[in-house]
Ligand binder design. Structure first.
Ligand SMILES: Nc1nc2c(ncn2[C@@H]2O[C@H](COP(=O)(O)OP(=O)(O)OP(=O)(O)O)[C@@H](O)[C@H]2O)c(=O)[nH]1
Ligand SMILES: [Mg+2]
Length: 603
């Protein structure tokens, strides 16, 4: 049987997963309309794809392996790895938004690898869709990125992924995905499947998985030969070393399921078990003398965070796994599958995690708390490195669509955060602005942006490289409101305090000295007592809640917490709570620490 290998790529939310789901249903691989490729609980809650996933369908006697990739820029390196191992991409572009930063990134990578994309202008049902313009913008982008003549000759389809419709021309009447399926068979070169039996095995993993019984799993494309259960193989590592191993289990992908098979052939994508040290980009070979595949580059991390045991006064109350040893074991397991993650174990009292962005790190933290872990993290920081005596830091390109009325204040805020406005264009409903700026300047900016644009703006950014350090940036303009008491927060106190800033907690929340219960618009930290009650003689109502008009609190989530926290604070994360605290709990300890810090540079 012939095989085609494709990946579906796009900017976040342009409709990759919805279209993949529709392809699965149209080809009869999945019957239940509620089953989605976004199968992970966090993916379903957030409505985004976090992990790239393999699936397949059959169309007119051909097997098509398809990899659904995440569109969020934090997972960009995941997409890059996948692109190495497939033959064509479906480039999905929202008919209203047109090409966005991540469209450019994934298209650039695809063109560099010599792939000829099939373009799907999607969501043409949107009232503000402008499919013809979106198509022209895609064509311009191809040219700008230096596409070859052959690549410029790409096929375009117009789709409503959500309704399972793809058309060759906008006014075609068909109500199914057949035109897209036929285009895939016609345009994607068949994978090399012939003569598999006469050749030596050569397979290269582009993704990792883990199973409690089988151990590490490697998902890869078989370029040559046959992989058989029970066979001995050689793993040629990218550092030149060779390790021997034995294949204990093989799966191929059928529909959204894995299917255990005794052997898999050249041309197919398979998942193999039995190689505990195999890694992305290694070559799995039949004999030790074979030439390995070129390595697959993995992007460097851009941000770092410290993770440590929760030593707050409430530490260990809510978590099931709270010790350094338990946390360490969990993180070691994460390294098995989380390719963009690096961990420095060398410090005595914390683990330093390096990742690809705030979302990449916060997804890990969220998964851990759901599994019952409790811990604290420090403020995320951009990684600063030194090369030839020069300090370098990560930079990003941020593309912002904002209502025209808020454009001025966005520009002002980002300029203060060392952003440089490189392009600006008035569209009918909004202003599009492009900034180049240090990652540091974007850290902690997103929630401010949402408030600034009243939720009507969009901001997406992607890493563009390390550049010279841009100078100091003041991340926050607000101060923290710190409890000076242990006890329980009372509605009366919170009511009084909400005049001075934004409150993070509900009445009746237990608090401790040093816990941060809100912020103040004034830049200075403020010590407050949230446990104070009104003098009883002044009561008119018997129940406090009835008498008081409390603004709903700004509840902390892991992401919000990571955005607003400061350098001298920790974010406490437990299965039940997310709290913010000062590293030093008492006012005197904080003052002392600050004095000491100031003294050091003077010496
Ligand atoms: N109007 C309209 N909305 C669509 C269509 N296809 C998908 N959507 C919606 O667009 C949103 C994003 O869809 P997804 O399929 O999750 O997008 P994605 O590209 O997989 O997103 P990431 O994987 O997170 O990058 C969802 O709310 C879909 O319901 C379409 O054809 N028309
Ligand atoms: Mg998706």
């Amino acid at each position: 049987m012939e095989i085609r290998n494709i990946a579906i790529i796009a900017h976040v939310d342009h409709g990759k997963t919805t279209l993949t789901d529709a392809l699965m249903r149209e080809t009869g691989m999945v019957k239940d309309a509620s089953v989605s490729m976004d199968s992970n609980a966090l993916e379903q809650e957030r409505g985004i794809t976090i992990y790239s996933k393999n699936a397949s369908f059959f169309w007119k006697g051909t097997k098509v392996n398809i990899v659904d990739t995440p569109g969020h820029a934090d997972f960009g390196s995941e997409v890059e790895r996948v692109l190495r191992s497939i033959d064509t991409v479906l480039l999905v572009v929202d008919a209203q938004e047109g090409p966005m930063p991540q469209t450019r990134f994934v298209l650039k990578k695809s063109l560099e690898l010599g792939l000829k994309p099939i373009v799907v202008i999607n969501k043409i049902d949107k009232p503000a869709a402008r499919p013809a313009e979106a198509h022209d913008e895609v064509l311009e982008l191809f040219m700008e990125l230096g596409a070859s003549n052959e690549q410029l000759d790409f096929k375009t389809l117009y789709a409503i992924g959500r309704q399972g419709i793809a058309k060759r021309r906008l006014n075609d009447e068909n109500e199914n995905l057949a035109p897209l399926l036929d285009t895939i068979l016609r345009e994607v070169p068949p994978a090399k499947t012939k003569d598999a039996h006469g050749e030596k095995l050569l397979m290269q993993p582009f993704n990792l998985g883990y199973d409690n019984f089988l151990g590490r799993l490697a998902v890869g494309r078989i370029y040559q030969g046959v992989v058989r259960q029970g066979d001995g193989v050689f793993v040629k590592k990218t550092n030149g070393e060779t390790e021997e191993g034995k294949i204990t289990k093989i799966f191929t992908f059928e529909g959204m399921e894995k299917k255990s098979v005794p052997e898999a052939f050249a041309g197919d994508i398979a998942m193999v078990a039995g190689l505990p040290n195999v890694y992305i980009g290694d070559s799995i070979c039949e004999n030790a003398e074979q030439t390995p595949m070129p390595a697959i580059a993995i992007d460097e991390p851009t941000i770092a965070i410290n993770l440590l045991v929760n030593d707050s006064p409430f530490g260990g109350r809510e978590g099931k796994f709270v010790t350094t040893r338990q946390i360490r074991e969990r993180l070691e397991k994460e390294l098995e599958v989380n390719v963009g993650l690096k961990i420095d174990w060398s410090a005595p009292d914390f683990f330093r995690l390096y990742g690809r962005g705030e979302l990449h790190i916060s997804i890990l933290l969220e998964n851990m708390r759901r599994e019952g872990f409790e811990f604290q993290v420090s403020e995320p920081q951009a990684i600063i490195k030194e090369e030839n005596g020069e300090r370098l830091e990560p930079f990003e390109e941020a593309v912002i669509d904002a209502p025209a009325a808020s454009a001025g204040s966005v520009i002002e805020k980002l300029t203060r955060r060392r952003g440089i406005l490189t392009a600006m264009k008035e569209e009918s409903s909004h202003t599009r602005m492009i900034f180049e700026m240090p990652t540091r300047g974007l850290l902690g900016y997103r929630s401010e942006f949402i408030i600034n644009t009243k939720g009507e703006g969009s901001l997406s950014s992607r890493f563009i490289g390390f550049k010279p350090f841009a100078g100091d940036i003041k991340r926050h303009t607000f101060g923290s409101m710190i409890s000076m008491e242990n006890g329980t927060a009372l509605a009366y106190s919170l009511f009084k305090l909400q005049e001075r800033g934004i409150i993070y907690i509900d009445p009746a929340t237990p608090v401790y000295e040093g816990m941060i219960i809100g912020n103040t618009a004034k830049g200075e930290d403020l010590d407050v007592n949230p446990t104070k009650n009104k003098q009883l003689t002044n009561f008119r109502n018997t129940s406090m809640g009835d008498a008081i008009d409390l603004t709903p609190p700004f509840r902390l989530s892991i992401e919000r917490g990571m955005e607003i926290m400061k350098e001298d604070e920790y974010l406490e994360i437990t299965p039940k709570s997310v709290r913010l605290r000062k590293k030093y709990l008492s006012k005197t300890a904080r003052a002392k620490a600050e004095r000491q810090e100031r003294k050091i540079p003077d010496d």
